[in-house]
Design a protein around this ligand. Structure first.
Ligand SMILES: [Cu+2]
Length: 148
C-alpha cells in the first residue's frame, strides 16, 4: 500500500475512535424513578473502553460515587459528596461502584466495559459487600446478572 494511503487511513481510524467515545450519565438519587430509596440510575451500564461516565448527584444527600472494585490496571476513584465526577474508563472489565455514605442501604451500581475479564472476582467482592448491607442486598447480584 502507498504510504499516503496508510497515513490517511490511520488518521481516519483515529478520528472514528474519538467520535465513537460516549459520555454516559448515571444519576445518584435519594428516591429513584420507581420509588426505591438510595439508588444509582441506571443500576447497570455497559460501556466501551474510552467512554466516560458522569456521576451526577441529582438529589443532594451527601451522595458520592466511589469505586469498590476496578479491573487490574484501572484507576480507582472517590468523588466529593454531592459533587459530580467524570470517570474515564480505560480498562476492560467489571467495576463495582457504591455511594460511600449509603453503601449499607444498597446504593450501588455496576459498570461493564467491553469484556467482563474479572467477573469471578467482581462476584466474590459484591457478595462480601452485600452481606454487610441492611437494605438492597440483591442489587449487586441483579446488576451482575445483566453482564453479557
Ligand atoms: Cu448516597
Amino acid at each position: 500500500m502507498n504510504k499516503k494511503i496508510v497515513v490517511v487511513l490511520s488518521v481516519l481510524c483515529a478520528l472514528s475512535l474519538t467520535v465513537a467515545a460516549e459520555n454516559i450519565q448515571v444519576k445518584l438519587l435519594t428516591t429513584g424513578s420507581d420509588g426505591q430509596a438510595f439508588v444509582f440510575e441506571p443500576l447497570f451500564v455497559k460501556v466501551k473502553v474510552g467512554d466516560t461516565i458522569t456521576y451526577t448527584p441529582v438529589q443532594k444527600a451527601g451522595h458520592t460515587s466511589v469505586s469498590i472494585l476496578v479491573p487490574a490496571g484501572a484507576k480507582p476513584w472517590k468523588a466529593v459528596p454531592d459533587t459530580e465526577i467524570k470517570v474515564k474508563i480505560e480498562k476492560p472489565g467489571i467495576y463495582l461502584v457504591a455511594c460511600d455514605v449509603h453503601k449499607a442501604l444498597g446504593m450501588v451500581s455496576v459498570i461493564q466495559a467491553d469484556k467482563a475479564v474479572n467477573l469471578d472476582e467482581a462476584k466474590k467482592k459484591a457478595a462480601e459487600v452485600s452481606a454487610k448491607m441492611s437494605l438492597g442486598k440483591d442489587r449487586y447480584a441483579k446488576a451482575l446478572a445483566m453482564v453479557k
